[in-house]
Write a protein that binds this ligand. Structure first.
Ligand code: ADP
Ligand code: MG
Length: 482
């Protein structure tokens, strides 16, 4: 960025996170994604006269869980408010949200920057609200379709302080938040399906000045890469406008992934345009300390704590621990492998992070659908530990396991891969190889040390790769020395 030294960006993110409940926030309609349009729009979703919303208790617990995970204050009393605006996919003419009294207050999230340093990003609040429906334009001529299946899906909107200074920090914050809500089990994290969406508020100011510039808000950016691009574009655009003598208007903008640009959508509403007031259909929500304690008891070990434990308990390097704790399911998988194989934790980590993740990546599968279970991988590693097979043969066995040929033991038996550790058998092979290569033997004994590798290779080949490599090395040295 050319203006980097003179200008500084100020960024605050609003993240809409769909809660993973079976039913909607104020009714029993299903929240399952992908159903035929309007098959999940009951009377409450449609906002028909006479219906009353009833708060989904699971959604409330999930919001509390989030609050606890970011060390935030959980409000003992929070209030739902009506936020009024007109949009075809909002049948009631208002969205039920929270305004002055949200469920989650001040908290924070620590992000790690590229240089390894840690930065704390403030979380201003997180409030519960209902998602809107969707307008559909594809396949309609001269008219639009409305699908209300999504309307009423529970959301928490997580609002950050304007503590973020670069697009890279914004992405680090979003990734951390995404990992957190998935770990907590409160969000499926599916960004393509809109389960986790971000609005980016961006302004710029001259470095050294305190006062914030006027911000724009780029709506509904639904991938980490797009967020990065949208923010970078917006920073550059604002600097150019100001340097050319113009001013930034507070407005809502849209990111176009095709061009990598943002464009104006509408001037920004002020809060009073929404005519917020407490929803008379919903009682204030009272959360007791007992309620909070009950939710706290269901908190899983969070990613950072898990990573630190992996480094301590298993003696793993930070890199390994970070990869392994990136997902709860992967971390669980690894712990089973260590326990069931009885092998050195670092060896297990190598198998999981390199061989297994590499294979899954190629297959386009995630850890939950791994064709090799943790117990099966442990079974394979155990056969290396007890010297039944060499590490090299183990790679072939692993391939066979991936192909669904069964457990390690079955494959080792069926393919006759048991390692030759019987020294007399290995010596026999060595004798054979020496007899077949008299010239190399003479050269080696004449000082060409490099030929040692040739002999190792020959012995391994003749033994079908099954000779124990340590024994081969040791015995060969003796025999070649004559
Ligand atoms: P609104 O409800 O109108 O969107 P908020 O005050 O709730 O406004 O702020 C929304 C987001 O904008 C927050 O994440 C906040 O950190 C961020 N924000 C506020 N002022 C600025 C600014 N000048 N530049 C960048 N971000 C800002
Ligand atoms: Mg907002």
């Amino acid at each position: 960025m050319t203006h980097n030294t003179e200008w500084e960006a100020v960024i605050g993110l609003e993240v809409h996170c769909q809660l993973r409940t079976n039913t909607k926030i104020f009714s029993g309609a299903s929240t399952t994604y992908g159903a035929a349009p309007n098959t999940q729009a009951d009377a409450v979703t449609l906002g028909l006269p006479g219906v009353l919303p009833v708060l989904n208790g699971t959604a409330l617990q999930m919001a509390i869980k989030f609050g606890l995970s970011v060390d935030a204050e959980v409000a003992e009393r929070c209030v739902f408010a009506r936020k009024h605006y007109f949009y075809p996919d909002l049948p009631k003419g208002y969205q039920i949200s929270q305004y002055e009294l949200p469920i989650v207050g001040n908290g924070h999230l620590d992000i790690e920057l590229g240089d390894g340093s840690v930065k704390r990003i403030g979380i201003t609040r997180a409030h519960m609200e209902e998602d809107a429906g969707k307008s559909m334009h594809e396949g309609f001529v001269g008219t639009s379709g409305i699908d209300l299946n999504r309307a009423g899906t529970p959301l928490i909107e997580i609002v950050s302080e304007p503590d973020i200074r670069t697009a890279a920090e914004a992405v680090a914050y979003l990734k951390k938040l995404h990992q957190l809500v998935v770990y907590l089990g409160i969000c499926d994290g599916n960004m393509q399906e809109g389960s986790f969406r971000c609005d980016a508020n961006v302004s710029v100011r001259r470095r050294g000045t305190e006062k914030f510039g006027t911000r724009t808000e780029t709506k509904n950016v639904n991938s980490f890469r797009y967020v990065e691009k949208a923010i970078e574009y917006e920073i550059e655009r604002q600097i150019e406008v100001i340097e050319a003598g113009g001013t930034i208007v507070q407005e809502t903008r849209l990111f176009d992934p095709g061009t990598g640009e943002t464009r104006s959508m509408r001037t920004k509403e002020d809060a009073n345009d929404y005519r917020y007031f407490p929803d008379p259909d919903l009682l204030p929500v009272v959360v007791t300390q007992d309620d909070i304690a009950r939710v706290r008891a269901t908190m899983p070990e969070l990613p950072e704590a898990k990573r630190n434990r992996f480094m301590e308990q298993f003696g793993l390097p930070k890199y390994d621990a970070t990869v392994l704790t990136g997902e709860q399911a992967l971390a669980d998988y690894y712990e089973v492998v260590v326990k069931a194989s009885g092998a050195d934790p670092k060896t297990c980590s190598n198998w999981v992070t390199t061989d297994l993740l590499g294979a899954l990546n190629k297959l386009g599968k995630d850890i939950e659908s791994s064709p090799v279970s943790a117990e099966q991988l442990a079974g394979l590693i155990a056969r290396i530990v007890d010297s039944t097979i060499s590490g090299k043969i183990a790679k072939d066995v692993f391939e066979a396991m991936l192909a669904g040929e069964g457990d390690a033991d079955a494959i080792i038996q069926a393919k006759g891969l048991v390692q030759i550790t019987d020294e007399s058998a290995i010596v026999k092979v060595i004798d054979e190889v020496m007899a077949a290569n008299p010239k190399q033997l003479a050269d080696y004994r004449g000082g060409k040390d490099k030929l040692f590798g040739f002999f190792v290779g020959q012995v391994m080949r003749v033994s079908g790769g099954k000779a124990n490599p340590d024994a081969v090395n040791r015995l060969l040295k003796d025999k070649l020395a004559g």
